[in-house]
Design a binder for this molecule. Structure first.
Ligand code: PAF
Length: 258
């Protein structure tokens, strides 16, 4: 497995991959878990070469504490990638990826301000800008994103369409813990008590009731609710549990039948 920290060494490697070989990319911010593992597995199944990027993207954090507390687990991530058969890790730093210091950015103005965008101003500009950079550098035939970040997935698909980018965006199902909590690097910040309580979030979200009623049920259970909203066939929600912000979504009708 190759590890590249500079764009020039990455490009030297990328440029000699024959055009007959398909390249897949799993973009991540590190702190890899079972959700990322499932993206890597799918990427390996679909492509000749499986690449992953590890980059904690500061432009998508609107809260400095959130960025400062983001786990740095490079050694564990490297081991996981090696065990999962990843061919190459792209691990650049800010100055490599942002030579313009974020003077240029990609913005979307219809879906970005909704849902998570209402509570995290500028978040999706940061996400789309870094994803555009990564896709331009890696030039994959396919890139893999989790459905847990449903709004992000829709925005990335929209960007690829809008800019005629020659690749397929593959959305992969949310991976859940045994108690149905969606797996996220943020779960590591939950205390034991709040981790137990967080398991009630997906269960309440699946209630067969209007979104406003589900928001009330979550509040009544002691969660601080950012939003519960139906969007593109999904019921999407963000809540705070013990100071940790958690998001989830489920197919509207299937979820409501549970
Ligand atoms: O979903 C994530 O981990 C990030 O938003 C992404 C897509 C890697 C961009 O930094």
């Amino acid at each position: 497995m190759e590890i590249f920290t500079s764009i020039s060494s990455w490009q030297n490697w990328r440029n000699v991959i024959p055009s007959t070989q398909n390249v897949g990319l799993v973009p991540t911010m590190g702190a890899l878990h079972a959700g990322h593992q499932s993206l890597i597995t799918r990427c390996r199944q679909d492509n000749d070469i499986c690449t992953i990027s590890l980059f904690v993207n500061p432009t998508q954090f609107n809260d400095e504490n959130d960025l400062a507390n983001y786990p740095n687990t490079f050694e564990a991530d490297r081991k996981l990638c090696e065990a999962e058969g990843v061919d190459a890790i792209f691990f650049p730093d800010y100055s490599e990826l942002y030579p313009d210091d974020y003077r240029y950015r990609v913005s979307e103005n219809e879906v970005s301000p909704l849902l998570c965008g209402t509570h995290r101003p500028g978040h999706f500009d940061g996400v789309l800008s870094v994803v555009m950079k990564l896709l331009n550098l890696v030039r994959p035939q396919r890139a893999y994103f989790g459905e847990k970040d449903w709004q992000q997935l829709q925005l990335v698909k929209g960007m690829v369409e809008a800019f005629f980018m020659p690749l397929i965006i593959v959305g992969c199902p949310t991976v859940r813990d045994i108690d149905r909590l969606a797996i996220s690097s943020r779960n590591l910040h939950l205390s034991k008590r709040h981790r137990e309580k967080a398991a009630r979030f997906p269960k309440i979200l699946a209630a067969q009731a209007p979104a406003e009623e589900v928001a009330r049920l979550l509040e009544a259970d002691g969660f601080e609710v950012d939003y519960v909203q139906d969007f593109k066939g999904r019921r999407c929600a963000a809540i705070h549990c013990g100071g940790v912000r958690l998001i989830d979504n489920m197919p509207l009708y299937e979820g409501n039948q549970k």
